[in-house]
Design a protein around this ligand. Structure first.
Ligand SMILES: Cc1cc2nc3c(=O)[nH]c(=O)nc-3n(C[C@H](O)[C@H](O)[C@H](O)COP(=O)(O)O)c2cc1C
Length: 199
C-alpha cells in the first residue's frame, strides 16, 4: 500500500473484531515500530504484547478507571463528538485480540527530551504498518490515570514509564480520511500566522 494512502486513511479504530492476529503480522508491525527515530538512538522502548484474556480484562478495568480519573481531573466529560466511540472502547477493550503497552526507560532519555518524543514516532510507525496490513489501532493514554496499578499488573519496575496502550485487531468499521483542519490553515510561511493559499 502506498505510504500516502496509508497515512490518509489511518484513523482511530476503536471497534475491533475479536479474531486473532497472526504472530507473523505482529512481528512485522513491531519491526516497523523499531525503525523509528529516537533520541541518540538509545531505543529506550519496550512493547508489552498482551494476548492473555485475563490480563486483557484486567487492563480493560484499569483503562476504565483511568478514563474516570482523567475526566475527573480535567473536569470535562469525554468529548461529545468522540463519545460513543470512546465509550465503546471502554466496554470492549479486552475483546481486541492484542493490546500493546508501550514503555520507555527514563534513564535512557536525555534530560532535554520529553519521554514521549522517544516513543510516539515508533507508535506512529506501528499504527501505519498495522493500517497497511488492514489492521486497526488506536493510540490511547487514559490508563496513565492509574499507571501504578498497570505497572503492578505486569511487574514493570521503577524507572519505566508506560506511554500508550494500543488495541490492535481487524476493524469492524471502515478506514477513511481522518477529519483534520487543512494544512493551508495550520501552516505558517516565513512569519507567525502568515498562511498561504494553495495554488
Ligand atoms: C497522545 C494521545 C492520547 C490519546 N488517548 C486516547 C485515549 O485514552 N482513548 C481514546 O479512545 N483515544 C485516545 N487517543 C486517540 C485520539 O482521540 C484520536 O487520535 C483523535 O481523536 C483523532 O481521531 P481520528 O484519527 O479517528 O480522527 C489519543 C491520541 C493521542 C495522540
Amino acid at each position: 500500500m502506498d505510504v500516502f494512502e496509508t497515512m490518509h486513511t489511518q484513523k482511530a479504530m476503536r471497534r475491533l473484531k475479536p479474531d486473532p492476529v497472526p504472530d507473523e503480522l505482529i512481528w512485522k508491525i513491531l519491526d516497523a515500530a523499531i525503525c523509528a527515530p529516537n533520541g541518540s538512538n538509545m531505543q529506550p522502548w519496550n512493547f508489552l504484547v498482551v494476548r492473555d484474556p485475563e490480563l486483557k480484562l484486567r487492563l480493560q478495568e484499569l483503562y476504565t478507571q483511568g478514563i474516570a480519573t482523567v475526566t475527573r481531573r480535567s473536569g470535562r466529560a469525554v468529548d461529545e463528538s468522540m463519545g460513543r466511540s470512546v465509550g465503546y472502547l471502554i466496554q470492549h477493550l479486552a475483546e481486541a485480540p492484542v493490546l500493546i503497552l508501550a514503555t520507555v526507560k527514563l534513564e535512557d532519555v536525555a534530560s532535554v527530551t520529553p519521554p514521549g518524543a522517544c516513543i510516539y514516532p515508533a507508535l506512529q510507525n506501528l499504527m501505519l504498518a498495522a493500517r497497511a496490513l488492514g489492521l486497526g489501532t488506536t493510540l490511547t493514554t487514559a490508563h496513565r490515570g492509574v499507571e501504578d496499578k498497570v505497572k503492578a499488573l505486569f511487574g514493570i519496575p521503577e524507572g519505566i514509564e508506560t506511554m500508550a496502550l494500543i488495541p490492535l485487531g481487524w476493524p469492524l468499521g471502515r478506514f477513511g480520511p481522518p477529519p483534520r483542519r487543512p494544512a493551508a490553515e495550520v501552516a505558517y510561511w516565513d512569519d507567525w500566522e502568515r498562511t498561504r493559499p494553495r495554488d
